[in-house]
Design a protein. Structure first.
Length: 272
């Protein structure tokens, strides 16, 4: 032990983290374009609170963002295009949104990957129910990283590097292999810093389009020529710059913000 520093001890790095680190390294293989947004979610969150007061059930706010993201993508599916080889693009008809959900097993809570299939064809309530069912139901067979891949990723170099290279090649040759397990677009809440705290999150992603949910904070904003306190969500939009340029990305982002701030689809939920 080095006498110039205080006491410390050495422990084994968790095997599940070894696999996760190898997976994260695989994500930084494309050229990403980031947009840092401030989105007024006051009306949306008020609708959710009103629904809870009326029914006793709290709707998923993440589910609402999934719903708005899917419907914005449905209007411009080019933002979820994937390169197939070097000269072709795959454009998916459905918008499948991948996200992590907290799954309770006994007293233990684990994160599990889940895909809301055909989210562009679902109402907000249907998206909410899809997510709640995934949280409450049993873990489906084959969910998450296969055990043999997890073990292989824990082996010494160069095995993880070779597996990552093979996975990137397979995904480039047929992107449907990736989207079948992870969705065509993604949303992650790694940037949630707690109630009342703002801040953006930035996360690695292999998707053509990812929404990173940051913190929510009260801020002054101009509403109909008046300054009012509003709940502002910090949102990061990550595009694959290989397949989408700045102008269409900007138009998509403008439409996404419009849907969220207008409370799109919430009136339908209120009547049910």
């Amino acid at each position: 032990m080095n006498k110039k520093v205080g006491p410390y001890h050495v422990v084994d790095f968790p095997p599940e983290r070894l696999a996760a680190v190898a997976f994260i390294r695989q994500q930084w293989c494309k050229r990403s374009m980031y947009g840092l947004l401030e989105v007024d979610v006051t009306d949306a969150r008020r609708h959710i609170e009103e629904y809870k007061a009326r029914t006793g059930e709290r709707l998923s706010f993440t589910g609402y963002l999934v719903f708005c993201l899917a419907h914005a993508v449905a209007e411009d599916k080019a933002v979820q295009a994937y390169m197939k080889g070097r000269k072709q693009l795959i454009l998916f008809d459905d918008v499948d949104v991948g996200l992590m959900v907290e799954h309770k097993v006994g007293e233990k809570r684990d994160l599990m990957g889940h895909v809301v299939r055909g989210a562009n064809r679902k109402s907000y309530l249907e998206v909410h129910q899809d997510i709640r069912a995934a949280q409450a139901g049993p873990v489906p067979p084959g969910a998450g990283m296969a055990p043999w891949i997890r073990r292989a990723m824990s082996l010494p170099w160069p095995v993880p590097g070779l597996l990552n290279a093979m996975a990137r090649m397979a995904r480039r040759r047929d992107p449907a292999i990736f989207t079948a397990r992870a969705g065509t677009v993604a949303i992650t809440a790694v940037g949630m810093f707690g109630e009342g705290r703002g801040g953006w999150g930035i996360a690695p992603t292999a998707h053509a389009l990812t929404l990173v949910v940051g913190g929510i904070a009260w801020k002054p904003a101009v509403v109909q020529d008046r300054i009012e306190p509003r709940e502002i969500l910090h949102l990061t939009v990550v595009f694959n710059h290989d397949v989408i340029d700045g102008a269409p990305a900007t138009r998509f982002t403008r439409r996404l913000v419009e849907l969220i701030e207008s409370g799109y689809g919430l009136n339908e939920a209120q009547t049910q």
